[in-house]
Structures are given as structure tokens and as C-alpha cells.
Design a binder for this molecule. Structure first.
Ligand SMILES: CC(C)(COP(=O)(O)OP(=O)(O)OC[C@H]1O[C@@H](n2cnc3c(N)ncnc32)[C@H](O)[C@@H]1OP(=O)(O)O)[C@@H](O)C(=O)NCCC(=O)NCCS
Length: 248
């Protein structure tokens, strides 16, 4: 005996919701090439959760979206327990560079008010995001952030300086995050180029000898974003809003 669609439909001919849901094809896994870096940006899910508790149990403004994004690469759903926050340097259980347990995929997150960015790569990656206006605060603390040589590039407080200062801070932050040290490293020991043209990976040596690559990620709005990645010369950087239209 063979069935046709009409046999399965109720008498009123309307397709039950459960069949419609099953009919839509599952979104394919996102793939990422060796050397490529993907940057996803989205709105924070919980604006009130500004920071994690020291114990690592606090809510992140990013909410569950980072897990959702990583799950789209791995083809399965993830929980917070799948993320290891153990410090690679001192073994502390909570302040380390977050990593996926048992998977090579690497990621990093940065948040400012109204926006979260997440970088995904196959080698350790760090990302920094700042509103351009934060460059003013950076300039106010310039002597604690920049070397004398770097400071010589900031002769005034012009708009260009504010932008450059915001970028340079982001670049240093991306580098300390890619290495997992965070800001226990003196920013003056992190030498970041004060300008990197779009679509260019700039080599940058970290103080522990590690070779990093740095590039700006162009995002809409008045913000700057820097991505640092370790390993061989990276290839393609793509920047997209999450979810992409095919997954919305
Ligand atoms: C990493 C650090 C610079 C981030 O600063 P921030 O002001 O919170 O800035 P951002 O919004 O850009 O980054 C936050 C994200 O960084 C990531 N992060 C936390 N610790 C990290 C580390 N050690 N390395 C890389 N990334 C880290 C997290 O994903 C966090 O987001 P989440 O809480 O939503 O998961 C800062 O938290 C820091 O310096 N921490 C101290 C690290 C430390 O103690 N190191 C000691 C090594 S022995």
C-alpha cells in the first residue's frame, strides 16, 4: 500500500505545524578553513549582566549566543559546561581564555554597551571591541598604556588621535586575549601597530616570543574592533551579523 500526502492531512486540508517544522531543512554546519577567522556580532542578550562574578558563575551579557554560534560549527547544541575557563598559564579555574573542551575550534568574545563580538578560528584568537569615544579615556591614561615611542604618535587630542587611541587599545587587548594572559600584562609591553589597513594581517611579536597577527574588523557604528590570531599567516577574515539570514 502506498500513501500520498492527501492521506496524511486532516479533513480540513491544513498542514499541522509539526509537519511544517519537520519539513524545513536543518541549517548546514558552518565550516571554517584553517587560517580563516570569522567575526560574528550581535546585540547583548542581557544588558544588565555586565560582568562575570569572580567565581566565573556570573551571567555574561552575551547570553547563550556564543554557545549557539559554536554549536552551529559543531553541529550539536552546547552548554556552559562545554566551555573550559581554566587559565593556561597558572591553572586558575576561572580567569583563563575560554576554550571548548575537546575541540580545536577557538573563540573569543568582547562586549561593549549594545554590542557583542565573537571571533572564531582554528588557532588561538583574541578580539577587542571599543566605542571610538573610549579613545578619550585611553588618551587620558596614555602614559600607562603606551611606550614613549608610541606616545610620540599622539601629539594632540584631535579626532584622529581619539580613533587611533581606541584602535591601539583594542589591538593590545586582542593580543593579550589571544595569548590568554589578559591585562595582567602591562599594556606598554604589548607593542601593537598604531595603524593596520583593512584586509591586512600585520605580524606582531608578543613578549613571550609568540608570533601573532593583527587586523581590524570593520563593524557598523562608531566602534573599533581588533582581531589577533596566533599561528601561521592567517587567510580570510569575514565579519557578519549573527544570525546570518540563512539561520534567522
Ligand atoms: C581578559 C580581559 C582583558 C577581558 O577584559 P574585559 O574588560 O572583560 O573585556 P572584553 O569585553 O573585551 O572581554 C570579555 C571576554 O573576555 C574573555 N576572557 C576572559 N578571560 C580571558 C582571558 N584570560 N583570555 C582571553 N579572553 C578572556 C571572556 O570570553 C569574556 O567574555 P564572557 O565573560 O562573556 O565570556 C580581562 O578580563 C582580564 O585581564 N582578565 C584577567 C585575566 C587574568 O587574570 N590573567 C592571569 C593570567 S596568569
Amino acid at each position: 500500500m502506498s500513501l500520498n500526502a492527501a492521506d496524511l492531512l486532516p479533513a480540513d486540508g491544513r498542514v499541522p505545524q509539526r509537519f511544517l517544522r519537520q519539513a524545513s531543512p536543518a541549517a548546514p554546519r558552518i565550516t571554517i578553513g584553517v587560517g580563516d577567522v570569522h567575526v560574528w556580532w550581535f546585540r547583548p542578550q542581557d544588558q544588565s549582566a555586565r560582568s562575570r562574578s569572580p567565581g566565573g558563575g556570573g551571567r555574561s551579557p552575551a547570553g547563550r549566543k556564543p554557545l549557539e554560534i559554536l554549536g552551529a560549527y559543531l553541529g550539536r547544541s552546547l552548554a556552559e559546561q562545554d566551555i573550559d575557563r581554566t587559565c593556561e598559564h597558572c591553572g586558575h579555574p576561572h580567569h583563563g581564555r575560554p576554550r571548548l573542551r575537546g575541540d580545536e575550534l577557538s573563540f573569543n568574545i568582547s562586549h561593549i554597551e549594545g554590542r557583542v563580538v565573537m571571533a572564531v578560528a582554528r588557532t588561538p584568537v583574541g578580539i577587542g571591541l571599543e566605542p571610538i569615544s573610549a579613545g578619550r579615556l585611553v588618551l587620558e591614561s596614555a602614559s600607562t598604556i603606551f611606550t614613549d615611542e608610541e606616545l610620540s604618535h599622539f601629539p594632540g587630542r584631535a579626532a584622529l588621535d581619539v580613533h587611533t587611541a581606541a584602535w591601539a587599545w583594542c589591538a593590545k587587548e586582542a593580543m593579550v586575549k589571544a595569548t590568554g594572559y589578559g591585562l595582567v600584562v602591562d599594556p606598554r609591553d604589548v607593542l601593537a601597530p598604531l595603524q593596520v589597513p583593512a584586509n591586512t594581517w600585520h605580524p606582531a611579536r608578543f613578549i613571550d616570543g609568540r608570533r601573532l597577527w593583527l587586523t581590524p574588523a570593520g563593524l557598523p557604528g562608531h566602534c573599533v574592533c581588533a582581531v589577533a590570531v596566533s599561528g601561521e599567516s592567517p587567510q580570510l577574515l569575514t565579519v557578519r551579523a549573527w544570525p546570518p539570514p540563512e539561520r534567522a
